[in-house]
Design a protein. Sequence first.
Length: 392
Amino acid sequence: MLQGRRVLLCVTGGVAAYKSAYLARRLVEAGATVRVEMTESALEFVGAQTFAAITGEHPFTALFAADLVSPHTELARWADLVIVAPATGATIGRVANGISEDLVSATIIATTVPVLLAPAMHTEMWEHPATERNLETLRGFGYHIIGPEIGALAGGDSGMGRVAEPEEIVVAAGDILGGEGKGQKVLVTAGGTREPVDPVRYLGNRSSGKMGHAIADAAIRRGYDVTLVTTADLPTHPAAKLIRVETAEEMLAAVAGVEPHVAIMAAAVADFRPKSAAESKIPRADGLPSIELTETPDILASVVQRHPRPFTVGFAAETGGVERAVEKARKKDVDLLVYNDVTEPGSGFGTDTNRVVLIDRSGDTEELPLLAKSEVAERLLDRVAAAIGEQG
Ligand code: PMT
């Protein structure tokens, strides 16, 4: 489950930091892309170069002195999972109390992805009521906690407080990232098709691909096996199987080669294309050309007509009321239709946000507020997972 996933390993200052070098290696061996953050105290216990050699990238060690403009937010968004190992009492205390005073605590507070903490400290510190209270708070935030265990501690002591073994942390990470999508294939289409008029011109539309790519990204994070068929040249999660296409015909062919459990058709597919594309550039000097149009294939229909058919989500880019979309959902015979009014500010084409209405088979509607497209993707996948769950 770690293949292709992005793991941010935060190493804080305890003697157990030496074990995190092995943890980094195990994560890399499991197929994850690993980046490392280290606190100042962690650097007292183990060198940054060790992690650089294992992960292929230099660790990030300061809030303000990295190659990135805003390391804590950029790394918080980059990761699929944040692991804090070892997690010292100080870091646990800072995060539980919202104190983002170093790179590690700021990143944990800035991230929205799952966080797995592997506490390590002396038994007396572990048993202190402040630690108990802080861990209770972190559990309340939904963070995952693994260990500690009984064993040898720093300075020849032994007792409760030894960090969980790297293998156990890797297994826990896989379980967390497994998500509801484990074993399920999702097909996502994204972007606007381009139908050639001649070698330099095309009929197209304003779809940027942001909506579809956000869905593919969110689906990967939930453990789905994702194929993304897209016309857009946007950053894509490394775990997604990417098929780049240009035209509706190419998109149809790519979609035909995928047998998903869930199909989410967010692409803006041209409804018409030039019947034939000119072989050379149509010269302006020849006067106004007459371009004969023909229909493109209905890709959504080709999916809906399959036996067995996947759970199918269509999108409706409309410029009118939701009623037309309810009718469209019925006609298109989709399991769920995502309606967006593309004339509304902040919605539809090219924006980072979208306001959508989810329409189910019985015509029931769920209106979502204006949200980041990444959040629309999460809410949509929640609905898909719930509906599939109900179908058994
Ligand atoms: O890419 P962004 O800039 O982020 O913008 C997102 C979006 C506005 C493109 C997206 O949210 C959206 O609405 N996508 C669907 C756009 C569209 O083509 O809507 P439609 O109502 O014309 O098509 C209905 C459905 O049929 C869609 O699922 C579409 O993918 C599908 N279709 C349409 C025509 C066709 N020939 N084949 C199809 O499969």
